[in-house]
Design a protein around this ligand. Structure first.
Ligand code: ZN
Ligand code: ZN
Ligand code: ZN
Length: 163
């Protein structure tokens, strides 16, 4: 078993949000250090993840690979995703629709989800919920380890469409 070769400090988050090709190279070289070969497919997938502002499904990845005329099958995509996940480069994000989506491992954040077209975007709260968490812990004698909070509604595009 390979050990995770990539860990991200919370302070790096702002930089990561605007991660560029150079960072893809950084991830690639970390993976190489961990004993993983560089492949064109992996590079294209990492490039996609690094530039995406929303979680991606395996289907999204396959679509993108096709656009980039990187021929690959579903098995390859699943294998790449599993590898990036086990190396802690991406993390899984699951909504109630049951579709597994993945995003580059950023700091803790939240999402808006369009109920109509399922568009998902990453957002940060102006104020995180630390105070509420403390209150919940106190009132319920419950030790909170993490929370997940998504906002459901209509994206701008779907708001514009008349029924
Ligand atoms: Zn929408
Ligand atoms: Zn996100
Ligand atoms: Zn939060």
């Amino acid at each position: 078993m390979h050990k995770a070769v990539w860990s991200i400090d919370k302070r790096d988050t702002v930089a990561l949000r605007y991660i560029n090709m150079k960072n893809v190279e950084g991830i690639m070289s970390k993976l190489r250090e961990g004993g993983f070969r560089s492949t064109k497919t992996r590079r294209v997938i990492l490039d996609l993840f690094c530039n995406s502002k929303k979680p991606l499904s395996c289907r999204d990845i396959q679509k993108y690979l096709k656009q980039k005329s990187t021929s690959t099958n579903r098995t390859t995509v699943y294998r790449e995703v599993a590898l990036l996940k086990s190396e802690k480069i991406i993390e899984e994000f699951q909504l109630s629709d049951g579709v597994r989506r993945y995003e580059i491992l950023l700091n803790h954040h939240h999402h808006t989800v369009c109920l109509k077209c399922r568009e998902i975007n990453c957002i940060e709260l102006e104020q995180e919920l630390n105070n509420q968490e403390m209150q919940i812990e106190k009132n319920n004698k419950f030790k909170i380890i993490s929370h997940s909070l998504e906002f459901y509604g209509l994206c701008q595009k779907c708001q514009a469409v008349k029924k």
